[in-house]
Design a protein around this ligand. Structure first.
Ligand code: NAP
Length: 279
């Protein structure tokens, strides 16, 4: 599969006058998504807990000439989400596009996962996505506007995710939510999801870096390469744009075919607990 070009995909005024809020928009894929929305004319709110992360996201979006604002939020708290939407509205205008991207990704065997670890991931991914989506819908409906939501999930939502039971279960819940809300909130708010494949980036948490061999990433993909973060940004901007006005309730897999891979001779199976080094 060829490398993709960099640069904008959509006309620069596609989201003129619109504000998008990206949860976890200060790092990795959330940052790349924010940048692509900025390139397509949106004002972008970078919403997360850590001030350094938010500042990095705002700087990256401003570097492409777009308006950006950082806002503190823990998506587990509906009250904090309401305040964050208020703050963004005062700074750059009402939010009508939401990217539910925040997540906690740490590999651990199901045997060793603590109740706190389980709860944290379910609350960030499943509860956080629902609370943020409710807030967006409430506001868009009250203003008699139209809106769009994209939920960033994972192919493990469909396949299961050995070593990531917490995340896989939460993402599966988010896929289900995507389909329910797409119908409940039509036609005012379209709700779609994106399932990324392997998208390494400089902000990946140390726990993930520890179990991946960067030299093997490309050769293990049917596409011959891993994803580039801006490609995910393109997918998110497309799904929220007027060009996708007839698409809702869809899960778009962006993974170069990796999750469908089956070889004639599968490699020997190594128990997940061994792969995780006892974690
Ligand atoms: P990442 O860099 O670790 O980003 C996660 C973001 O979530 C961080 O910016 C973090 O910001 C934010 N966050 C965590 N807890 C939060 C909370 N309670 N409230 C608000 N924000 C919170 O991960 P990534 O690789 O970019 O992943 C982005 C999305 O893609 C995730 O949904 C992930 O599951 C999905 N995904 C990624 C890959 C990949 O290969 N990278 C593959 C499949 C799926 P703060 O620390 O500042 O709060």
């Amino acid at each position: 599969m060829t490398a993709s070009p960099a640069g904008p995909m959509l006309p620069a005024d596609t989201f003129a006058g619109r504000t998008v809020l990206v949860t976890g928009g200060g790092t990795g894929l959330g940052k790349a998504i924010g940048v692509e929305f900025g390139r397509a004319g949106a004002a972008v709110a970078v919403a997360s807990r850590n001030e350094e992360h938010r500042a990095a996201g705002v700087a990256a979006i401003e570097a492409v000439g777009a308006k950006a604002v950082g806002v503190e939020v823990d998506v587990r708290s509906p009250e904090a989400i309401g305040s964050a939407f208020d703050e963004v509205e005062r700074a750059v205008g009402p939010v009508s596009i939401l990217i539910n991207n925040a997540a906690a990704n740490f590999p651990v065997s199901a045997t060793d996962l603590s109740p706190n670890g389980w709860r944290a991931v379910e609350q960030i991914v499943l509860d956080g996505t629902f609370f943020c989506s409710q807030e967006l819908h409430r506001r868009v409906a009250a203003a008699d506007e139209v809106g769009a939501i994209v939920n960033i999930v994972s192919t493990a939502a469909a396949s299961g995710g050995p070593g990531m039971v917490h995340s896989a279960a939460a993402k599966a819940g988010v896929v289900n939510l995507t389909k329910t809300l797409a119908v409940e909130w039509a036609p005012a708010v379209r709700v779609n999801a994106i399932a990324p494949g392997l998208f390494p980036h400089e902000d990946l948490p140390a726990a993930i870096q520890a179990v991946r061999d960067p030299d093997l990433d490309d050769s293990r993909q049917p596409a011959g390469r891993v994803g580039q973060p801006h490609e995910l940004g393109w997918a998110a901007t497309y799904l929220c744009s007027p060009y996708a006005a007839f698409i809702t309730g869809h899960v778009l897999v962006v993974d170069g075919g990796n999750w469908l891979r089956r070889d004639f001779a599968m490699p020997p199976f190594t128990p997940i607990s061994d792969q995780l080094g006892g974690r």
